[in-house]
Design a protein around this ligand. Structure first.
Ligand code: PBG
Length: 331
């Protein structure tokens, strides 16, 4: 054997304290943003198909959820609304009494310190389920910008801290920044879904929002065969005034998260989307995977790739695991 090997990486893996001492990445409760779905009506807490333990909430039932969020230590939510009526121009998106606008007021009154981000998109609000206005069978980019501007201002007026356009329209950040500033909401931040791929992993979310489009979203969401385009999209959104850049989905796009991270000074967010959540939940229900182990590993990988912020349906569970863990593993 002689003296080989002199270097033994296993020395630093010998026990938990050593492993802790050299761990490079740790999840923290402040990393998470929790998606919340609000609906019209009363006394509704309805589990979403394909997303076990995630619910549609009516406003009167929100105190229960907000209390849980407060206890978890999670700092922020991403709000999605299901309108009473869908139409061609996504009118409820920017209505003063829209479901999201009402929810913002309600949540701010229950827990003023909670950061509220709102998803700004048309797909749940339009009859054809597209993220833009359909004109002559095409998605009209510039007509859509007008709606995004009105929606951003309306959400800001209701009290949103962050508006998050997810429709992949060209120029959406510049248009929204301009509208917000013109209306005296220069302090409201924009989290751009900057790099969003046309993905099969959004399935459960679309049934949750009843937003499955006629056709597909490939004329505006990105082709997953492309990478340079991701950097171009991220750069454009940064130049247009975005405050955060998001990559979505997360796990199949760790290379993209890493590249975006290396090319910006903005905080990078990643969305661990509904399909990613559903896969883990389904396998765990069958006893095929250990949910906690797989989630902690997945979310840590997303952070290791370069995301500071992780949008995840598991935020409250993971926060509770982190809090309960006395070893200081994740702190
Ligand atoms: C709206 C939007 C979608 C998601 C977030 N915002 C759906 C889509 O683009 O089809 C997906 C989130 C998820 O799957 O968890 N444009």
């Amino acid at each position: 054997m002689g003296f080989f090997p002199v270097t033994r990486p296993r020395r630093l893996r010998r026990n938990a304290s050593l492993r802790e001492q050299v761990a490079e990445v740790r999840l923290h409760v402040s990393d998470f943003m929790y998606p919340v779905f609000v609906v019209h009506g009363y006394d509704i807490k309805r589990e979403i198909n394909g997303m076990p333990n995630q619910y549609h909430w009516s406003l009167d039932r929100l105190p229960e959820l907000i209390e849980e969020i407060k206890k978890s230590g999670v700092l922020s939510i991403m709000l999605f609304g299901l309108p009473a009526i869908k139409d061609k121009y996504a009118s409820e998106n920017y209505a003063d009494n829209g479901i999201v606008q009402q929810a913002i007021c309600e949540i701010k009154s229950l827990y003023p310190g909670l950061l509220i981000a709102t998803d700004v998109c048309l797909c749940a609000y339009t009859t054809d389920g597209h993220c833009g206005i359909v004109h002559n069978e095409e998605i009209s980019n510039d007509q859509t910008l007008d709606i995004l501007q009105k929606t951003a201002v309306s959400h800001a007026k209701a009290g949103a801290d962050i508006v998050a356009p997810s429709g992949m329209m060209d120029g959406m950040i510049q248009a929204m920044r301009y509208a917000l500033d013109q209306n005296d909401y220069s302090e409201v931040a924009i989290m751009s879904y900057a790099v969003k791929y046309a993905s099969g992993f959004y399935g459960p979310f679309r049934s949750a929002c009843d937003s499955t489009p006629k056709g597909d979203r490939k004329s505006y969401q990105m082709d997953y065969r492309n990478k340079s385009e991701a950097l171009k999209e991220a750069q454009m959104d940064e130049d247009e005034g975005a405050d955060f850049l998001m990559v979505k989905p997360a796990l199949s796009y760790l290379d993209i998260i890493q590249d975006v991270r290396r090319n910006t000074h903005l905080p990078v967010a990643a969305y661990h989307v509904s399909g990613e959540y559903a896969m883990i939940k389904a396998a765990a229900e069958k006893g095929w995977l250990d949910e906690k182990a797989v989630l902690l590993e997945s979310l840590t990988a997303i952070k290791r790739a370069g995301a500071k912020l992780i949008l995840t349906y598991s935020a409250l569970d993971v926060a509770a695991w982190i809090q309960a863990d006395n070893s200081g593993h994740y702190q």
